[in-house]
Design a protein around this ligand. Structure first.
Ligand SMILES: Nc1ncnc2c1ncn2[C@@H]1O[C@H](COP(=O)(O)OP(=O)(O)OP(=O)(O)O)[C@@H](O)[C@H]1O
Ligand SMILES: O=C(O)[C@@H](O)C(=O)CO
Length: 426
């Protein structure tokens, strides 16, 4: 297998979002969970997205893990590696977008990396280096209240600059609109000023196609699914993959069994989706305060689900409003509370799988990472799209037998996402 496009995703939902975009744009794609064991038989694909859980870990740990994945991809022929980050640039002043981008660039011999989280299909656009989420500047959007990385600055040149050793520059929309040669001239000018990463504006798929063309001629880029779209279309235009969207029918063959939904995302979209689910399914809201005080909230949740699950899908949610999250965090600490809650949701999910759940929807990137790791799923085939950025996934090489999953990024999906997902997972 020669990989035409390699990618390292900083979380698992982001990986499935990118794998979905690459598939839709003509690349046969597989999503691996970490670097696959040599014994795992992967299908013959054009692109591999290695999912890591490095968005919220220490920068040196993220750099080391991404470096290993990069070497694995390059050894299998990947001439370009996209570091898949969140379309809302989830990160802190310590990292990890800056440090990982710099390390990947240096490993590939230096140069300048194009960076853009733009993903217009989900309302993420970048203009004059500022990120907008559904038309709101990042720092005024719901991301200002994110439980792990509240975003308080929409200027990505500044945000990435604070995380980076090297200088960060800007390729603005006027330059991108002027065309390929103008972008290359701008990158040359930035390089001569010592810039090592350039935030690129993009407000449309046309801009991303242009950026994909340019990025493909370099060894490393950093971005969200929008840049993935640009890279995939550039590869298809080069004639190295077919233009038809890759076949997803095989991935969605029915698996039967029971169905459940586990949510740890506190994003505005997930909170709305839970409210809507409450009208048609049993929903248990975990008492996270009790959980952190050490009472047996997990056992209680498992018992609650056990009584209902044979009658139809159940939902277990830790998700809470921004006020409740910040109250809990001020008492128990941001990392400790996040970690304890992720452990709880993963424990509940794995117990339900042991009881026969074969179809599982997980809401939230960190929550998905903890759950998929607990289930020890090695890789996924990409099925059809449920909502922009969220495909149905079919396990590959899973010890519990074939399962269908949907790993929903916190902010993705319409209000009826959970019912829509289950309707596609039989
Ligand atoms: N009630 C709560 N109080 C405090 N933290 C919570 C609560 N419920 C969930 N959390 C934590 O909030 C974090 C949510 O992050 P997660 O990545 O799962 O969702 P998200 O950020 O909405 O999704 P994405 O990363 O895909 O955008 C997790 O660490 C989770 O454990
Ligand atoms: O890019 C996005 O917004 C998502 O794929 C994601 O990474 C959220 O975790």
């Amino acid at each position: 297998m020669t990989i035409l496009l390699g990618s390292i995703a900083d979380d698992y939902t982001g990986a499935s979002d990118l794998a979905n975009t690459l598939t839709k744009n003509g690349l046969r794609t597989v999503q691996t969970v970490g670097i696959p064991d040599p014994s795992l038989v992967l299908p013959d694909v054009n692109a591999v997205v290695v999912s890591l859980k490095i968005r919220s870990v220490a920068a040196d740990e993220a750099v080391a893990a991404a470096g290993k994945a990069d070497r694995w991809l390059r050894q299998r022929g990947a001439a370009h590696v996209l570091y898949k980050i969140c379309s809302t640039f989830d990160s802190t002043d310590q990292g990890n977008i800056g440090p990982v981008t710099e390390a990947l660039s240096q490993a590939a011999g230096g140069g300048i990396a194009l960076v853009t989280p733009a993903f217009p299909e989900t309302g993420r656009t970048v203009y004059l280096g500022h990120l907008f989420v559904n038309g709101q500047p990042l720092d005024e959007s719901p991301l200002k209240d994110h439980p792990l990385n509240p975003m308080h600055d929409a200027n990505l040149v500044r945000v990435m600059g604070r995380q980076s050793q090297g200088k960060v520059g800007l390729v603005d929309l006027a330059t991108i609109t002027a065309g390929h040669a103008a972008v290359k001239t701008r990158l040359d000018a930035l390089r001569s000023e010592g810039v090592t990463a350039a935030i690129a504006d993009a407000t449309s798929e046309r801009d991303l196609e242009m950026l994909g063309e340019v990025a493909l001629q370099t060894p490393v880029s950093t971005g969200a699914s929008g840049l993935g779209l640009g890279l995939a279309r550039a590869i298809v235009r080069s004639g190295r993959a077919s233009a038809a969207s890759a076949d997803t029918a095989d991935a969605v063959r029915p698996v039967g069994g029971l169905a459940a939904i586990v949510a740890g995302s506190c994003s505005a979209a997930t909170l709305r989706q839970l409210e809507v689910a409450e009208r048609s399914m049993p929903v248990l809201r975990l008492d996270t305060e009790k959980l952190l005080r050490g009472s047996d909230e997990i056992a209680a949740a498992i018992a609650w689900a056990g009584e209902r699950i044979s009658d139809g899908p159940v939902v277990i949610a830790a998700s809470a409003s921004a006020e409740m999250v910040s109250r809990l965090q001020s008492q128990y600490g941001r990392e400790a509370s996040g970690h304890a809650i992720e452990t709880a949701t993963a424990t509940v999910a794995s117990d339900l799988v042991a009881r026969g759940v074969k179809r599982l929807v997980v809401a939230g990137g960190e929550t998905s990472g903890a759950t998929v790791d607990r289930l020890a799923i090695p890789a996924f085939l990409i099925g059809p799209e449920i909502a922009p950025g969220v495909p149905v996934l079919r396990t590959i090489g899973n010890a519990q037998g074939d399962m269908l999953l949907a790993l929903k990024s916190g902010n993705f999906g319409g209000d009826d996402f959970f019912a829509a997902a289950l309707a596609m997972m039989r």
